[in-house]
Design a protein around this ligand. Structure first.
Ligand SMILES: Nc1ncnc2c1ncn2[C@@H]1O[C@H](COP(=O)(O)OP(=O)(O)OP(=O)(O)O)[C@@H](O)[C@H]1O
Ligand SMILES: [Mg+2]
Length: 336
């Protein structure tokens, strides 16, 4: 039995919206959108990350800017693998995970086939040993919750493609609900709202920007309602047109998907054993993932469920920080 050299150990959060890499002893070494741009004829990779995201909706016929993950899982294996390798190279200067031990997080409740695809992508990337960890556990660890203790912690991780609600105690998930939708669904809802209300088609990047700048889950007392000018394509004339959307209009549009998220929290709490419910009432629910940053979401959840709600310190980083903590805690031991 011998211990691995640990300096090359990597934690990965291969998310629907963002990929983050953590290197043991160094911390987070990469945070980029999970997007890859390829030439559709030669299959050559043109760019990854932010550069590729900026191409979405703006490519010519020969270029495809693709999100290779969907609903938290790998939708296009080859592109996911290529994207991951490029990110790794960008962050470390090395072309493969050779000699690295990897901890990678994935949504809970995925199928064996989906789990195998994630494992395989990392193995084909050259990893020496791979350990998979469920995203809610990683997020809870990264948010600093006492995951290993005999006390109930509740994490609600709202990512781009999944929303995971989990009660965790003694290192494991006790009750959990995974919705195969997250922030991306809120963007789609905004696209549909603008189409219906103004007869204008906007792109997904404009929708996401609108959500981030103007979106809110509930009205703030005494705060002035904000507006925003956005531009899309008039569905009648086919020409570009700018319109003003209001905070109130977007809030109304987002009501339905947000209600589904709150329903999932309620259902998970209902299934949680009484002692653990009492712990959660005491300590509150913790929100992580980019969706946690939606203005007023914490307040709306509190108003409807009457349990204190806290937003994790760095919601977008929780899962990869948890994968990193995992690397620090468990020295991966080679037994063969
Ligand atoms: N300030 C903000 N307000 C609202 N939503 C935000 C904000 N900032 C980021 N988001 C949203 O958070 C989502 C991305 O979050 P995150 O990086 O946690 O997802 P992910 O881990 O890639 O996805 P998943 O875990 O579902 O695979 C996107 O939908 C993004 O639009
Ligand atoms: Mg995530």
């Amino acid at each position: 039995m011998k211990f691995f050299t640990l300096s090359k150990d990597i934690g990965i959060d291969l998310g629907t919206s963002n990929t983050l890499l953590y290197m043991k002893g160094k911390g987070i070494i990469l945070c980029e959108p999970s997007v890859i741009a390829v030439n559709t004829k030669s299959q050559k990779v043109l760019s990854v990350g932010l550069e590729a995201k900026n191409m979405i909706g703006r490519t010519s016929e020969d270029i495809a800017a693709v999100r290779p993950l969907k609903d938290g899982v790998i939708a296009n294996f080859d592109l996911s693998l290529q994207m991951l390798k490029k990110f790794f190279e960008k962050a470390t200067g090395r072309k493969s995970f050779k000699n690295s031990n990897i901890v990678v997080c994935h949504p809970s409740g995925i199928t064996e086939v989906e789990e195998r695809a994630i494992n395989e992508a990392v193995v084909q990337g050259g990893a020496r040993k791979v350990m998979l960890i469920e995203e809610p556990v990683a997020a809870a660890l990264g948010a600093g919750l006492p995951v290993d203790e005999p006390t109930g912690s509740m994490i609600v991780d709202i990512g781009g493609g999944t929303t995971e609600v989990a009660t965790i105690s003694l290192g494991g998930i006790v009750t959990c609900k995974t919705l195969r939708f997250g922030g991306n669904e809120l963007d789609d809802t905004i696209i549909n709202y603008v189409k219906k209300e103004f007869n204008i088609l906007i792109g997904e990047i404009t929708a996401e920007n609108t959500k981030i700048k103007l979106g809110s889950a509930c009205a703030e007392e005494n705060a002035e309602e904000r507006n925003m000018l956005i531009t899309g394509k008039d569905l009648v004339t086919g020409l570009p047109r700018s319109i003003t959307v209001t905070e109130r209009g977007i809030r109304e549009a987002l009501k339905e998907p947000i209600a589904s998220i709150i329903e999932a929290i309620r259902a998970t709490i209902e299934q949680t054993p009484p002692e653990l419910s009492a712990d959660i009432m005491d300590k509150g629910i913790v929100l992580s993932g980019g969706g946690a940053l939606l203005r007023g979401l914490d307040k709306l959840i509190y108003n409807q469920i009457h349990i204190p709600v806290n937003i994790a310190e760095n919601p977008l980083e929780c899962a990869v920080l948890g994968a990193g903590k995992c690397l620090e805690i468990i020295d991966m031991v080679e037994t063969d």
